[in-house]
Design a protein around this ligand. Sequence first.
Ligand code: MLT
Length: 404
Amino acid sequence: MPRLNENYLNLKESYLFSEIAHRTAAYAKKNPEKGARIIRLGIGDVTRPLGKVVLEALHEGVDAMGKAETFHGYGPEQGYAETRNAISAYYKKNGIEVDPGDIFISDGAKSDTGNITDLFGHDNVILIPDPVYPVYVDSNIMCGNQVTYIAGTTENNFLPMPDPSQHADIIYICSPNNPTGACYTKAQLKEWVDYAIANQAVILFDSAYEAFVSEPDLPRSIYAVEGAKKCAIEFCSLSKTAGFTGTRCGYTVVPKELVFQASNGQEMSLNAMWNRRQSTKFNGVSYIVQKGAEAVFSEEGIRECQENIGYYKKNAKVIADTLTRLNIRFFGGISSPYIWFECPNGMESWECFDYLLENIQVVGTPGAGFGESGKNYFRLTSFGTYENTSEAMKRFEELFAGKN
Ligand code: MLT
């Protein structure tokens, strides 16, 4: 009999978004008529189709695969040079130098933020914000790591700051934050970078929502902060930027400056380790998808992505305006696709989930799924269609008018 990884016994029974899908499907099965009315604003899954230039590039990729002269077999595990160069040029447009050799193309930020634990030992002090994207906590539990939570609350605007009296080795930061929509300023990120350098810690910076940053002073990358290449890995995704939730492509930047000492005194480069990890366990993203990804970063590609992001921001405004009218306190929705609101009438978040599903057939994400500090909050995504978002908000108005 195999000895199993019993750390899995310490996980919640199912992953947050699987649990939501399961509960929603069970409700729909039991109540077919109401089930047909369900509007899903839970998981942040996009609804706008891929842009035209991306589609053309994907078609070109497919055609290339059909001819012996242009056929591609195994590609470089790190990604094709053209895709890495296009991403490096995108950083440059935002005033940041990133060496294409530090960029690794992957099938998305979820995989990389989960797999990065392969590079670290098991006795680190790991700081994880609460609430936050559940993959960070779950993937650390899976490998038996202890986690220290740093609470995001209304007092700190959901942006926990370092405590100089507390040591850390690994720090997770998500900005714009999933689920709260809170976004660190450059000065705040500088505090984290200084703290990480002082502690010889590494920051795992999830920038999956960078394309939603519309306030000009807010940084879209941790590398906007001086010194960050000495302490930070950055994870990015085309899922929300370019509608790739189904197409799958992301990238991770592991600067060569990230060098730490092993217990025997030998220097170890995180870039070399990640390269070793990926070339052993990953065969790269398909040539076709990387052709599409490269097109995302062309001038026209960026324009098309921003057009779709504008559409989602319009949805966010519909949600924000409704909650304002209903006097329900909320956060986010400006430089973020998510709206994070306080559950009305003192409800806890799973109670609120059931209440909304039962009464108006609107599905959202209970804040408790993102951590203990989220238990009285609820997240709505602006990634639905405009029609569904407007209809969901009409039902909110009917349900909560005069009750809050
Ligand atoms: C979310 O809804 O939080 C995200 O879509 C999940 C993900 O990106 O994996």
